[in-house]
Design a protein around this ligand. Structure first.
Ligand code: GDP
Ligand code: MG
Length: 177
């Protein structure tokens, strides 16, 4: 008899947002469930896969990190190719990082116009462990304007809200697939 390969639903997620908001820290948290004080140690590692269980179903998430090139907005077309979701990350402790997500939301739209299905955009508020300098209302307005889902309050550092965020994101992707 043959062992059947289990075909799990698989989704590609790309991390976007300003330098310093914690994309690489989220990447490391999702990959190894840990926090590195020095994310420079993870440079060069810009792609990982993780299995999550959503509504009793195993889902594979392929997560891509910019590896620092967001500073120059030089992500390649390959970065966006076949992306199912874009995580637009801002820091809850940095209001400019939220404001600047408008340009990231537009960038996603511009770079994925030729995709078969529209990319799910999710605004993610990171660094919930720090004092907040952004409001929920501003984030909600931005999400409404650009047609994004909103996941507020995660911390790559403490792990707060991470599991919930993964459930929400994978759940939305499953529901659309
Ligand atoms: P990136 O440029 O978006 O990849 O951001 P990094 O992941 O390199 O993080 C930038 C800085 O923010 C680093 O000093 C991280 O240690 C710190 N950082 C990332 N996530 C958190 C968090 O959830 N809480 C706190 N307090 N600091 C964080
Ligand atoms: Mg980084």
């Amino acid at each position: 008899y043959k062992i059947m390969a289990v075909k799990r639903p698989t989704f590609k997620l790309v991390l976007l947002g300003e330098v310093g908001v914690g994309k690489t820290s989220l990447f490391v948290r999702l990959k190894d469930d840990t926090f590195l004080e020095d994310t420079k140690a993870s440079i060069g590692v810009d792609f990982c896969e993780t299995l999550v269980k959503v509504e009793g179903e195993e889902v594979r998430l392929c997560i891509w990190d910019t590896a620092g090139v967001e500073r120059f907005r030089t992500m390649t077309q390959g970065y966006y190719r076949h992306a199912d979701a874009a995580l637009l990350v801002f820091s809850l402790a940095d209001s400019a990082s939220l404001r600047l997500l408008t340009s990231w939301a537009r960038e996603v739209n511009d770079r994925t116009v030729t995709s078969n299905s529209p990319v799910l955009k999710i605004i993610v508020g990171n660094k919930s462990d720090l004092e907040h300098r952004t409001t929920e209302r501003t984030a909600a307005e931005l999400a409404a304007t650009y047609g994004c889902e909103l996941v507020l309050q995660v911390s790559a550092k403490t792990g707060e809200g991470i599991d919930e965020a993964v459930q929400v994101i994978a759940g939305k992707l499953l529901a659309r697939s």
